[in-house]
Design a protein around this ligand. Structure first.
Ligand code: FES
Length: 938
């Protein structure tokens, strides 16, 4: 038939009459329900939609369906057979190559296309084959290891069982992650994978100006467009027209004024996404543009336009210790420097998405990937003006977050749409919308002045730090605080004067981002340490050892550290590892120079600064015999579901694989607070351990009462409880075995609830004191602004091309202080992921704006690191037990901090060029090289 095409998908034939203009991705997802191919950008920049077409890896968003006549298409759904994973999937699971999982199906398919053609690929060939697939979580290293392993298995050179077995699951072992199977098989687990038959689609009209008065909004034209069901604006919000974790002043819909180009002005709800998109053009908004503020320094000027009525400086944090003027007067050397770090996009691969509907009893349900369902519930209920109990927020796995999903984007609008229309509503941002709406890592400018004595003791630091807070507060206050309190690096410096400012501008709001204000200052402070060491002709490890924090030494805020501070060990480990690899360093090629740089950093675990920090957890066995672990933490790829299950299993004795985890569902889980500040392993971990102890006691009491057996007389297995000796008669016991279902029945007969809850509150912390000098009448604990810190040191080895300024990172060695590693494989993989993110921060990434208008409007322009940029990485876990559960602290954030400063110092070591404004693009290095004379003509 004319205009009919035929193709195969996973071996099944399809005939399509008039295929139209749709892409293969749309066809797979919306028409076939094959949801393994993800939509991360719809522009061919992320690779999450990769499938195989006629043996080649192809990005499905770039292919028109009409071009596929006669093609054979393979998707992730066709890979595993009879519940058995393909060797590539199996290897991804075993190597810990799956974190958030959003890139995973595309990555697996790209790997399959490679291995179908080449079963013995080199590392370089693997990197080349995966270069169109971005992974923001893993740093690619585990993925590359997985592809190599899969190749060896398929090729037959590795006689390893293909079956993924869970063998060791205890604390300090690395069981298969709880969510790995779902993610590696491309199961529809993300919010955008949820479909309802009568679902409406919502699209936001965003501001056309960075700063403008809004005189009127006329939506009449949009109402008349095909498929449009409803148009909503600020007038339609029944409750509070504002959200924000700390200050709910960011408008759900802009009303009289827009303050950045991500401000929503109106929402269209239509039968299809395309109809909603088309109708946006018919909303008329009368704007009156205002003079904007586009840098925090402009914003601090006395005559700057006011973005909010209380002034543009939204926060000023001071750290004061000792007497800096006297200390500088006796310093042998004084080193000054001014540094800037760029605004950076999180670039999680899953764009923000939510699905909402209203239950028969009036409960508004929102399914979305948030970093804190309870916080979202409060913001949604306030906007809708209904009781919090009438809103249920259910966490869907986040396809990456890194802090960027702490604030809502579409969730309140989606709930509002469902309430107004009575129909389910889905809203998913396009990549471009996501880029302009979402929060960013703060741009910061840092002026530093350090004073040191000839023997390497840093005796004074003075700093002025200015951060671009953007248009709304979001989490800028604690970010600016963090930049101040860790602003001098992990050193005990007796005389300190730091001023840290957050300033409103008409740029996107600065928010939480892995490192949370400690990343920017790690760059400035560590460049200063490198300069001091060079000025004194001192070894970079030595100067850090002289000044480094350790047990009994105080931070610049006066907090005396405990035994769990293992900073010096991170230095020692990196020093040893570097000495080992120095012997085998490659000789630089012609026109190339090799350099080595060292950097350290630290960061808090938990909220601190006097804030109540708590989390709850519960464990229960239900009537069907299912063992549930319910936690408030969100697993956005960092592995909290897994480590918390390891803890629950360790304490209860119930096998790891028996647990079903439910996380962050406000109807089912106790509030765990926002997943931020590297806090969940510590805080939710304590809560889980507490709940596990209680459940163990409940079961123990039950079995003594019912069958008369003590703990030593029974053990838990995968299906139930094995009684090791005969007990009293009980109808639920069969062949010395009680199933979990039977256990529930026994408990019910005895009016015992097989459920334990526990709420853990973290050790008390205190606000930052006006002065950090210890005063006689002030107990030392009052200086504890945090209950724990974690430390990191890295060495970078780089090669710089003298002619082009191009930098190749050859190797990163990283040592991480983390208390105890609950799941070591995951810890290593977190380190690798953070390092590669740090390479991007140091060398290429920047979210650029000109006068508030986005320049980097797609993923490609952000210059995220790809597989081909991955260096050799050696990661070292430094385990010094802490007060955390099983001795663990947190570790997800701090490893990103040391990478960029180590690389920049290594570039200086290689060339004599010090880049003080990140990212260190080849153009900046080349500019610096013009002033360097090496005494040869190369
Ligand atoms: Fe690759 Fe998250 S696991 S993007």
């Amino acid at each position: 038939m004319e205009n009919t095409i035929s193709f195969g998908i996973n071996g099944k034939r399809y005939d399509i009459h008039k295929p139209g203009d749709i892409t293969l991705l749309k066809y797979l997802r919306d028409y076939q329900g094959l949801l393994g191919a993800k939509n991360g950008c719809n522009q061919g920049h992320c690779g999450t939609c990769t499938v195989i077409v006629d043996g080649k890896a192809k990005r499905a968003c770039l292919i028109k369906l009409s071009k596929l006549d006669g093609a054979n298409i393979e998707t992730i759904e066709g890979l595993s057979k009879d519940g058995k994973l393909h060797p590539i999937q199996d290897a991804f699971v075993k190597e810990g190559a799956v974190q958030c999982g959003f890139c995973t199906p595309g990555m697996v398919m790209a790997a399959k296309a490679l291995l179908d053609a080449n079963l013995n690929p080199s590392d370089e060939e693997i990197k080349e084959a995966l270069k169109f697939n971005i992974c923001r979580c893993t740093g690619y290293a585990a993925i590359i290891r997985a592809v190599k392993k899969a190749a060896a298995v398929i090729y037959g050179s590795l006689k390893e069982s293909l079956k993924t077995e869970i063998t060791k699951t205890g604390i300090g072992e690395s069981p298969v992650k709880k969510d790995a199977f779902a993610k590696v098989t491309g199961r529809p687990i993300f919010a955008d994978d949820i479909y309802f038959k009568d679902m409406l689609h919502g699209k936001l009209l965003l501001s056309a100006y960075p700063f403008a008065k809004v005189n009127s909004i006329d939506a009449a034209g949009a109402f008349k467009q095909p498929g449009v069901v409803k148009v909503l604006t600020a007038m339609d919000i029944p409750g509070r027209n504002g959200f924000g974790l700390l200050n709910p002043h960011q408008p759900v819909f802009a009303q009289d004024v827009v303050r950045y180009m991500g401000d929503p002005v109106a929402l269209i709800l239509a039968e299809t996404e395309e109809q909603a998109e088309t109708a946006l053009k018919y909303i008329k908004v009368d704007y009156e543009p205002l003079q904007g503020v586009f840098s925090p320094e402009e914003g601090m000027k006395s005559d700057a336009p006011l973005i909010h009525k209380d002034g543009n400086v939204m926060k000023h944090v001071k750290v004061r210790r000792g007497d800096v003027d006297r200390a500088f007067a006796r310093a042998d050397i004084i080193i000054e420097g001014t540094y800037t770090t760029p605004m950076v996009e999180h670039a999680y691969l899953e764009p923000e998405s939510a699905v909402a509907w209203v239950e028969e009893d009036g409960t508004v349900v929102v399914m979305t990937a948030s970093q804190g369902s309870y916080a979202f519930r409060e913001m949604i209920s306030s906007a809708l003006d209904i009781a919090e109990e009438k809103v249920r927020v259910i966490y869907t796995p986040a396809g990456g977050a890194f802090g960027g999903k702490e604030e809502p984007t579409v969730q309140i609008h989606c709930a509002l749409g469902a309430v107004y229309t009575g129909r389910p509503v889905k809203m998913t941002l396009t990549r471009q919308e996501s880029l302009i709406m979402s929060t960013k890592r703060h741009w910061e400018k840092m002026y530093y002045r350090h004073g040191a004595t000839r023997d390497g003791r840093v005796i004074a630091v003075e700093a002025k730090i200015i951060a671009d807070a953007g248009a709304y507060e979001s989490l800028s206050q604690p970010v600016v605080f963090r930049s101040a309190v860790v602003g001098a690096g992990p050193y005990d410096i007796p005389n300190v004067k730091i001023d840290s400012y957050g300033v409103y501008t008409n740029n996107p709001p600065g928010g939480a981002f892995r490192g949370f204000g400690s990343t920017q200052v790690a760059f400035g402070a560590e460049q200063q340490m490198d300069k001091i060491a060079r000025c004194l002709d001192m070894d970079p490890f030595e100067i850090r050892k002289i000044n480094g924090l350790k047990e009994g030494r105080a931070t610049i805020t006066g907090q005396v550290l405990k035994k769990d501070c293992a900073y010096l060990k991170t230095l020692e480990e990196v020093e040893k590892a570097l000495a080992r690899c120095k012997e085998s360093l490659p000789k630089p090629g012609p026109g190339k120079r090799i350099g080595i740089g060292i950097a350290s950093s630290y960061k808090n675990v938990g909220l601190g600064a006097g804030k109540r920090d708590r989390a709850g957890a519960s464990i229960e066995i239900d009537s069907k015999g299912t063992v549930y672990l319910k936690v408030g933490a969100t697993d956005m790829g960092q592995g909290s579901d897994t480590v918390l299950t390891q803890m629950a299993s360790e304490v209860t004795g119930i096998p790891y694989e028996e647990f079903t985890v439910i996380s962050n569902d406000t109807a089912q889980t106790i509030d765990g607070g926002v997943t931020t500040a590297s806090r969940q392993t510590y805080i939710s971990g304590h809560a889980v351990a507490g709940a596990a102890r209680e459940l163990r006691k409940i079961i123990s009491d039950l079995l003594i009462d019912t069958v008369g057996l003590r703990e030593r007389d029974y053990e838990f297995s995968n299906d139930g409880v094995i009684l090791k000796k005969k007990g009293k008669f009980n109808a639920n016991v069969e062949n010395n075995f009680i199933t979990y279902k039977g256990l529930y029945a026994m408990a019910a007969e005895n009016k015992v609830n097989l459920k334990a809850e526990y709420i853990y509150t973290a050790p008390t912390t205190y606000s930052l004191r006006e002065r950090a000098d210890h005063q006689a009448k002030v107990p030392l604990e009052k200086y504890n602004i945090h209950f724990a810190y974690c430390f990191n040191t890295q060495a970078a080895i780089v090669e710089v091309d003298e002619k082009t300024g191009e930098v190749k990172v050859l190797k990163i060695i990283a040592a991480q202080d983390l208390g105890r590693a609950i799941h070591p494989q995951n810890c290593h993989c977190q380190l690798e992921g953070a390092i590669v993110m740090g390479i991007g921060y140091g060398l290429s990434e920047e979210f650029k704006l000109v006068d508030g208008k986005m320049v980097t409007d797609n993923l490609a322009k952000l210059k995220l690191p790809k597989s081909i940029h991955v260096p050799e990485m050696e990661t070292i876990l430094v385990e010094e037990e802490s007060d955390g559960p099983f001795g663990a602290k947190g570790m997800g954030e701090v490893p990103i901090n040391s990478t960029a400063p180590a690389i920049i110092s290594a570039i200086y070591d290689a060339t004599g060029v010090r880049v003080e404004n990140l990212p260190a693009s080849k153009e900046k290095i080349l500019e610096g090289l013009k002033n360097i004379n090496w005494g040869h003509s190369s």
